[in-house]
Design a protein around this ligand. Structure first.
Ligand SMILES: Cc1cc2nc3c(=O)[nH]c(=O)nc-3n(C[C@H](O)[C@H](O)[C@H](O)COP(=O)(O)OP(=O)(O)OC[C@H]3O[C@@H](n4cnc5c(N)ncnc54)[C@H](O)[C@@H]3O)c2cc1C
Ligand code: SF4
Length: 501
């Protein structure tokens, strides 16, 4: 029986983050392990609501009150089984998810702080790994059917694991030199050390999943070949088409880059250095996307921008400005705009913001300023207002508000425009919709025998949605292949996050 008064006895507490001067001198994760005592205390704050709204916040349908109570009572083995029943990779979501479940926690309704669901999740996952590793669960019988998964991000990996465990032969094709999608070279180590991906990959390999890296489907192997070799194909190629700003004067200057160029370069340096050691200032091939000693301007206000900020500080930037088009959000939920249990528009302070830099809200770049040699030396910004007119965003600069911010390195973190235009699409006979995503039928097929999931299907989103879609698409593929029984399908292709309107 859960403790109905736990939240009255204990305040919400997270483990202390590592001190800023220490953590920006390496690439290790920001949070140290919380320790059993703290996590059992925090799990005790969950009152096991009759209608647990945290479930509705989570697209995976994680059994949150169940595993909170199992942790409270010290049943760690049962807790990890409960967690794995709905989530293939809780060590990823526990570290990286913005936790819509916490925004939907019933404690938030009564003015209390939500349960630290995400922290409990990661501690369960890590405790399981520490106890006896990630035990493989290979299928006992092979179906003799074969599936190609294109793309090795969380959507592709979740689908691959579900299908392999159901007895299908699964091959994951990845154009990069390492498996993981954005988890590997997009998200920095201070949010997710790559050892966690490697441990999962060892489990998937032991379960029979085959990995082929350095293979771009549509170029190195054609869609026709893939269709001939496999009974079904899952496309999980992400939404990696970075939004740009070609119309802004000076965009072509040296030193103005897409954020992903900076993040991928930095991640590769860390991977090459190994063991979490500080990275050298440039890539081995001399790629000059390094913030060391530079004035950095990051344009954008989301996850990608915050990751660039953390990387810039670890590389030794002289100073960092982060520019946001929109006004500063409120510190607390505005219930009239975003009533509980929906995801609120509030100021999100990532650990990277604690490490330094200046955030500037309600501004837009008017020009990237040339130093006379073709290298950027500043950005000229203006204060702006933003309004929606007939669904279109209208940005108006306030006259006389222009000023310059020094900049040797400018990073564009202004979002993604869907999946990339690439040969694979035409070869499979699929086209990008108005949002740059690939539509599917209700059974996840984009076209006969070709399924789609993750960011490629829903547009740039979150890891938890990628895993949920990967699981659901795997269930549809299993049915398509005549597999015995049903696999869990937590979402359908039309499912949207909780919203008030
Ligand atoms: C910088 C950054 C930080 C983020 N931080 C967070 C966070 O903290 N929390 C969170 O929840 N979400 C975060 N996200 C979003 C999250 O990473 C994505 O929603 C998620 O990774 C999508 O998973 P996916 O499997 O659909 O695609 P991806 O992870 O994008 O993987 C797609 C893979 O397909 C491969 N591919 C593409 N075309 C081909 C081809 N033709 N042949 C072979 N392989 C191909 C690509 O190389 C890539 O590896 C972040 C995103 C970015 C960019
Ligand atoms: S909504 Fe909050 S208190 Fe209720 S079951 Fe979920 S985590 Fe526990």
């Amino acid at each position: 029986m859960p403790d109905p008064n736990g939240f009255l006895r204990y305040d919400r507490r997270l483990p202390a983050r590592r001190p800023v001067p220490v953590r920006i001198s390496d690439w290790r994760e920001v949070y140290p392990p919380a320790g059993e005592e703290l996590i059992r205390e925090q799990a005790t704050r969950c009152m096991d609501c009759g209608i647990p709204f945290c479930h509705d916040g989570c697209p995976l349908g994680n059994r949150i009150p169940d595993w909170n109570d199992l942790v409270r009572t010290g049943n760690w083995d049962a807790a990890v089984d409960s967690l794995h029943a709905t989530n293939n990779f809780p060590e990823f979501t526990g570290r990286l998810c913005p936790a819509p479940c916490e925004a939907a926690c019933v404690l938030g309704l009564g003015g209390q702080q939500p349960v630290t669901i995400k922290q409990v999740e990661v501690e369960i996952a890590d405790a399981a790994v520490a106890r006896d590793g990630l035990r493989p669960r290979p299928a006992s019988v092979s179906t003799g059917r074969s599936v190609a998964v294109v793309g090795s991000g969380p959507a592709g990996l979740a689908a691959a694991q579900q299908l392999a465990r159901a007895g299908h032969t699964v091959t994951v094709y990845e154009r990069d030199d390492a498996i993981g999608g954005l988890l590997r070279y997009g998200i920095p180590d201070f949010k997710l050390e790559k050892q966690h991906i490697d441990k999962r990959l060892a489990q998937l390999t032991a379960e029979g999943v085959r990995f082929r890296t350095g293979v771009e489907v549509g170029v190195d192997v054609t869609a026709e070949q893939l269709r001939a070799e496999h009974d079904a194909v899952l496309l999980a190629c992400g939404a990696l088409q970075g939004r740009d700003t070609p119309e802004t004067p000076g965009r072509a200057l040296r030193g103005v880059h897409q954020a992903m160029a900076h993040l991928v370069a930095a991640n590769r340096v860390v991977a090459a250095a190994g063991d979490g050691k500080p990275a050298p200032a440039t890539l081995p091939d001399g790629t000059p996307i390094d913030a060391a000693g530079k004035h950095v301007v990051i344009i954008g206000g989301g996850d990608t921008a915050a990751d660039c900020l953390g990387v810039a500080h670890r590389q030794g930037a002289a100073g960092v400005h982060q520019l946001d088009l929109y006004p500063e959000p409120p510190a607390e939920r505005d219930a009239a705009r975003d009533p509980w249990p929906t995801w609120p528009w509030v100021l999100r302070n990532y650990p990277a913001h604690e490490e330094g830099g200046e955030r500037v809200f309600a501004v837009a770049v008017q020009e990237f300023v040339d130093d006379g040699t073709g290298q950027v030396r500043a950005v000229r910004i203006a204060e702006v207002t933003v309004e929606k007119v007939d669904g279109r965003r209208i940005v108006t600069a306030l006259p006389g508000s222009e000023r310059e911010i020094p900049a040797d390195l400018v990073l564009l973190a202004i979002g993604f425009e869907g999946t990339e235009e690439q040969p694979l699409l035409a070869q499979f006979g699929v086209t990008r919709n108005g949002r740059g995503a690939i539509d599917s039928r209700p059974d996840w097929q984009a076209t006969d025998g070709v399924f789609v999931a993750g960011d490629m299907h829903r547009g740039a989103s979150l890891i938890v949605w990628a895993i949920a879609e990967g699981r659901a698409a795997a269930a549809a593929i299993h049915t398509y292949l005549g597999g015995v029984g049903d696999l869990p399908a937590p979402v359908d292709p039309a499912r949207q996050p909780l919203a008030a309107r």
